[in-house]
Design a protein around this ligand. Structure first.
Ligand SMILES: CC(C)(COP(=O)(O)OP(=O)(O)OC[C@H]1O[C@@H](n2cnc3c(N)ncnc32)[C@H](O)[C@@H]1OP(=O)(O)O)[C@@H](O)C(=O)NCCC(=O)NCCS
Length: 309
């Protein structure tokens, strides 16, 4: 089979093939339009870094590479998230995916990527180990229940309810919306973090989302079955109550039955949340530098930085 395999760039035209591959690998349907949106990083001047392995007209494996502009103090770096690693069961364990990923990483290096980061599951973790990724520790998750009619959760099972939920969420988040961009909450401390430019935030809007005022501080939120908190600036550990109150009120009106946070361990927000709530271990964070002096140990990620947000 191997000789017939071609590696092709993950262009707009390939998103239907990618969606078909994901349906077989992950067992649920993906909208090619959503995938197009996710991979449209043309605003950075760098795009189409990922690869798909094609056997004739059929996609058998994928390696997604999503470039993002990072800042660290007054320096800028081009980071790239390695994501959407998938292979059909019949080609796993053959090295086919390994070669695809190696080529995708090389193309990205040649196109100027300074470092890679990744938040994989266990299967992808092993594949990434082989490519030299090192691990910074896991994100910490916090789920805070909100008493409401669980429209979002029911929407996962019933498409009609989902449409209703999305339209309510869009309306309410639009009403509460503030700016189109804001400063990453880790930027002031000089951490290595994504530059939340207007184009970056707009590209993320596959689901109802907005930057809203949460009790005096900007919060970037997206509505799913939970109200997901993409980023939230907290001045100190005692500072959380007004923000949580405001976020819970928005979640209640939208029908999101919890607030969901994913934070880098040790950050102000994570410390503040862990004093009040029981957290859980979430995705591991892997990094791989492409050149010296990238301050990888200072990497701080938010929920909003995930491919799924
Ligand atoms: C993640 C995934 C894409 C990795 O694909 P894979 O085929 O398992 O991984 P590789 O192509 O790297 O294959 C490597 C394995 O094949 C073996 N192998 C056999 N022949 C090989 C060869 N010629 N060259 C390299 N490796 C070879 C390796 O030893 C390795 O085994 P090991 O993991 O026990 O060490 C695949 O497991 C998958 O699709 N999982 C489901 C989707 C998923 O969860 N994706 C992650 C989302 S974050």
């Amino acid at each position: 089979m191997e000789s017939k395999i071609r590696h092709v760039s993950l262009t707009n035209e390939r998103m239907s093939d990618l969606a078909t591959l994901f349906l077989q690998v992950f067992g649920r349907s993906f909208d090619p339009e959503d995938l197009r949106h996710k991979y449209d990083t043309s605003f950075l001047g760098v795009h189409e870094l990922g690869l798909v392995a094609m056997d004739g007209n059929c996609a058998v494996a994928s390696a997604g590479i999503l470039p993002q502009r990072f800042i660290a103090g007054d320096q800028q770096w081009l980071g790239a998230q390695v994501c959407d690693l998938a292979a059909l069961p019949e080609v796993r364990g053959t090295g086919l995916h390994d070669r695809l990923l190696a080529e995708a990483l090389n193309i990205a290096r040649e196109r100027g990527v300074d470092f890679f980061f990744t938040l994989p599951n266990d299967q992808a973790h092993r594949a990434l180990d082989r490519h030299g990724f090192s691990w910074l520790g896991r994100m910490r998750g916090f789920r805070i229940p909100v008493a409401t009619f669980p429209l979002g959760r029911l929407g996962r099972r019933f498409p009609l309810i989902q449409r209703l939920h999305l339209s309510i969420a869009s309306r309410i988040l639009n009403q509460s919306k503030g700016a189109d961009s804001f400063q990453n909450s880790h930027a002031a401390a000089g951490a290595l973090c994504i530059d939340y430019s207007r184009s970056y935030v707009l590209r993320k809007r596959r689901r109802p989302s907005a930057i809203i005022d949460a009790g005096g501080t900007p919060a970037w939120v997206a509505a799913d079955s939970a109200l997901e908190i993409g980023d939230l600036e907290t001045a100190g550990v005692d500072d959380l109550d007004p923000a949580l109150g405001a976020l819970s009120r928005v979640a209640r009106r939208i029908g999101c039955s919890s607030l969901l946070f994913q934070c880098t361990a040790g950050t102000t927000l994570e410390t503040a949340l862990s004093r009040r709530f029981m957290g859980f271990e979430s995705w591991p964070v892997g990094v791989l530098g492409c050149r010296p002096h990238v301050p990888l140990k200072d990497l701080r990620l938010n929920f909003g930085d995930m491919g799924t947000f």
